[in-house]
Design a protein around this ligand. Structure first.
Ligand SMILES: Cc1cc2nc3c(=O)[nH]c(=O)nc-3n(C[C@H](O)[C@H](O)[C@H](O)COP(=O)(O)OP(=O)(O)OC[C@H]3O[C@@H](n4cnc5c(N)ncnc54)[C@H](O)[C@@H]3O)c2cc1C
Length: 416
């Protein structure tokens, strides 16, 4: 029977980052290639990620490592240009800081409600936080409808801090200040992107992995926690530590741990669509759509980022995890929506691909956080570490996944 120190489950960015720092390990992946959500589809001259996967870093050390291993000719660096499209008007993102770009009536309503908002010291849920911090109009014109479309749930089931550092908070003073002088301090103000898609980085990480230490088409199907034994579709593996990066709800199923409705998430349908010519919008990187008349909540322009001469977009549509998705109907609605907002006119579709990300955005609330705290303590005691965006059941970026992998291996070595 195969025996290793680390059995790493899943070869997305988290699993690969962990493997690149470990020695005695086996990495198993149920698909036939590595990358997880950071895979790229290249067809007919279009470069499509599973949905736009752009690299942004808060840690300069990680950014340096990323730039160092990347071929400079491959790397694109952009200052983001993102817009909200509402009532046929473009408003800079984030909405709450750019209300002065609205028409006069909407602007006055937003400002009035912002001034007279009823702040609290502590908020019970995400929706209450939006009303308390930004007032009724900002919340109901953008923050609530947009996030309801994305998360595909009522916002009062989410924790006030469900989006962590990814939520663009702004106090009254910052909002007023931004009317004169644009604040450019968001977490992804500048982003990096490989010319051939996010998978380029995955391939560079794969160069550090010895071929016999990764088993593709190998699914984790059961775990004997007490005997540190994993049952995979290619046989049993004894491990000292099991490093899990597959979604936490699936891990719980394998471990026969019940979680009832505590671990819920949305799923996101992505259409990557390549057209025969450019859109009239040639400088926007991605656009947000709060209105219900559009089935999508976000559309990104690969061609404006990669400086290509044909429109190439990703379209993201949020669903509840229980929804049955009718792909053809959604595609029809999408094309009609793209026409309505002027992204396309008489454009011809050359090629498209469909991806369902499930889970995509997990629903974070008090119950899920408490459940995880208890669960992770128990699992760690049995040599199981569940990490990464879905292993940890959290909202985080590629960089956070890399950091989680590095910190976990350090933590294990520290205990030894
Ligand atoms: C719509 C959307 C857009 C995003 N955009 C960005 C962005 O622009 N920038 C950014 O930094 N982050 C972005 N993210 C976040 C980013 O995708 C994740 O943080 C990251 O890709 C997670 O990587 P991971 O390795 O933890 O998980 P995954 O990529 O999900 O990898 C898990 C792996 O486990 C494998 N697996 C599953 N079950 C089994 C099993 N039973 N046995 C064996 N293997 C199994 C899967 O096949 C997969 O390869 C986005 C996320 C979403 C949903």
């Amino acid at each position: 029977m195969k025996k290793v120190k680390y059995l790493i489950v899943g070869s997305g960015i988290t699993g690969l980052s962990f493997a690149s720092k470990a020695d005695n390990y086996l990495l198993i992946e149920k698909e036939d290639k590595a990358g997880g959500l950071c895979k790229t589809i290249r067809r007919n001259g279009y470069v499509w990620d599973y949905s736009g996967h752009f690299f942004h870093f808060k840690e300069s050390r990680l950014k340096r490592d990323f730039v160092d291993i990347m071929n400079p000719r491959e790397l694109i660096i952009k200052n983001k240009c993102t817009k909200i499209y509402r009532k046929n008007l473009f408003i800079d993102f984030p909405f709450q800081k750019n209300i002065h770009e609205l028409d006069k009536v909407d602007f006055i309503n937003c400002l009035y409600d912002l001034y007279f908002r009823q702040e609290k010291n502590k908020y019970e849920n995400f929706e209450e936080m939006l009303y308390g911090k930004f007032g009724k109009s900002i919340t109901e014109m953008f923050l609530k409808p947009y996030n309801e479309k994305l998360y595909a749930c009522k916002l009062n089931i989410l924790d006030a801090d469900a989006m962590g550092r990814f939520f663009p908070y702004a106090d009254f003073k910052e909002i007023i200040f931004n009317m004169r002088q644009k604040d450019k301090t968001s977490y992804n103000e500048t982003f990096l992107y490989p010319r051939n898609g996010a998978e380029v980085f995955i391939n560079l990480l794969m160069e550090k992995i010895e071929q016999d230490k990764i088993w593709f088409n190998c699914e984790l199907i059961d775990i004997d926690m007490n005997n540190h034994m994993a049952i995979t579709s290619k046989g049993c593996v004894l491990y000292e530590y099991l490093i899990n990066t597959i979604p936490l709800n699936l891990l719980c199923n394998l471990l026969k741990i019940s979680y009832n409705n505590i671990l819920s998430a949305n799923k996101v349908l992505v259409f990557n669509i390549g057209f025969d010519k450019k859109s009239q919008y040639t400088d926007i990187h991605w656009m947000y759509f709060p209105e219900k008349k559009y089935n999508f909540y976000r559309v990104g322009f690969y061609d404006n980022i990669l400086e290509q001469n044909r429109l190439s977009i990703y379209v993201e549509i949020g669903f509840n995890e229980k929804d049955v998705i009718n792909i053809e109907k959604e595609l029809e609605k999408t094309i009609s929506g793209l026409r309505k907002c002027g992204i396309v006119s008489d454009h011809r579709i050359v090629d498209y691909s469909t991806v369902v990300m499930n889970p995509a955005y997990v629903h974070i609330n008090k119950e899920s956080e408490e459940f995880k705290r208890y669960l992770f303590k128990e699992l760690n005691r049995k040599g199981i570490y569940s990490i990464g965006r879905y292993g940890k059941w959290t909202y985080c970026s590629i960089e956070d996944c890399i950091l989680d992998a590095i910190n976990t291996i350090k933590q294990i070595r520290c205990y030894e």
